[in-house]
Design a protein around this ligand. Structure first.
Ligand SMILES: [Zn+2]
Length: 369
């Protein structure tokens, strides 16, 4: 398949975007930039800003001139910090920051690629079905943008999120469910030297709970981690309060449930044994997803990759992304690599080849569907 990606224009979009700071909830300037770029195609490119918290999600719709399945492409507009004053350094092959900030390829590489693909489709007068680009806000702080987006606004029922790291071709066909826990343990304060027997140590209860619950890698699909603990006031006071924060992840809903049950039972039994009190607050951060290798979406992807000679690599992700939320809401989606590397660090970088291949891939999918 012959695809004429304009390398310089694509790099320009990318450089412009990473120079605009956009920490979570402060995506406004990036939104302005994108709207400015696409408004020159106003006859057949629509866009909608949907309020979400203090910011907006942006939906761009490219009206199709062919009857095929509408397709969604998605990425997020916010970045982690430090993202002020990003000074991109461009070599022949690679783009990095100057080392004092992140680069912001996560996930502005996806946005630059989408803008380039829109430009290419337009200048080639390409025939294509309806294509939607959903650009979310506040992904990095808890997938807030996509969680606050009403997917019934989409015409697409399936699509591709470009928000994974590594070379173009990696496809996350599976991702875990994640539950987080905030556990508060209440004991009874007493003077540690004069009357320790009158006290109930919340710290002792917490430590027995932590050493008794499943932890670390539970099986190949399931993990658990106590990530924070705090409590107590002084060495001479039997600790009255302790809190524990932990998470559990599993690709399998049933396994997750089993671990949840074991954790909660253990925590309650231990607390009861010492006559303490416990409150357990848990939250499903996101649901997992699993797309079968013979799914239509995967076939479309592998056919598209074949046309541009990219080899797909199917993997399971250890973490959550907007993809999890979309799947849960009924939009079948996989998460794909967009070429970013060493993300969330000052060493973040992207190969120019991956930027170009990302654009070729999106273009190929749109022309293959
Ligand atoms: Zn990201």
């Amino acid at each position: 398949m012959q695809i004429n990606i304009n390398r310089d224009r694509l790099i320009d979009y990318f450089i412009d975007l990473v120079r605009i700071p956009s920490p979570s909830w402060k995506e406004e300037k990036v939104i302005e930039y994108i709207i400015n770029v696409i408004s020159k195609y106003k006859d057949d490119v629509e866009y909608y800003k949907y309020k979400c918290g203090d910011s907006f999600n942006l939906l761009i719709r490219l009206k199709g001139n062919l009857q095929t399945m509408p397709l969604l492409f998605s990425g997020h507009m916010d970045t982690v910090i430090p993202c002020e004053n990003v000074k991109p350094v461009i070599s022949d092959t690679k783009i990095t920051s100057d080392g004092t900030t992140i680069l912001g390829a996560d996930d502005k590489a996806a946005i630059a690629v989408f803008l380039e693909v829109i430009a290419c489709l337009k200048e080639n007068n390409a025939v294509h079905g309806t294509v939607e680009f959903l650009l979310t806000c506040a992904e990095e702080t808890g997938l807030h943008g996509v969680k606050g987006f009403d997917v019934s606004l989409l015409q697409s029922k399936a699509g591709f999120v470009f928000d994974s790291n590594g070379g173009i071709g990696r496809v996350m066909i599976k991702a875990p469910f994640q539950i987080t826990y905030d556990i508060q343990i209440k004991g009874k304060a007493a003077h540690a030297g004069i009357a320790p027997e009158k006290g109930i140590s919340a710290i002792r209860i917490a430590s027995e709970i932590i050493s008794s619950i499943p932890h670390g890698r539970i099986d190949e699909e399931t993990t658990a981690n106590v990530g924070m603990i705090s409590g107590g006031k002084a060495t001479n006071i039997v600790a009255e309060d302790t809190s524990i924060a932990l998470e559990v992840r599993s690709m399998d809903r049933q396994k997750l449930k089993a671990v949840e049950k074991e954790m909660e039972n253990t925590a309650r039994t231990v607390t009861k044994k010492y006559k303490g009190k416990i409150s357990i607050n848990k939250r499903l951060e996101y649901s997992g997803y699993s797309i079968k290798p013979d799914d239509k979406l995967i076939r479309l992807l592998s056919d598209s990759m074949k046309k541009i000679k990219i080899k797909p690599v199917y993997e399971a992700s250890g973490g959550g992304s907007d993809t999890n939320v979309l799947n849960k809401a009924g939009i079948k989606a996989v998460n794909l690599s967009i070429g970013m590397r060493d993300v969330h660090t000052r060493k973040e970088n992207i190969m120019i080849k991956d930027l170009i291949d990302g654009a070729r891939l999106v273009y190929a999918i749109i022309r293959t569907v």
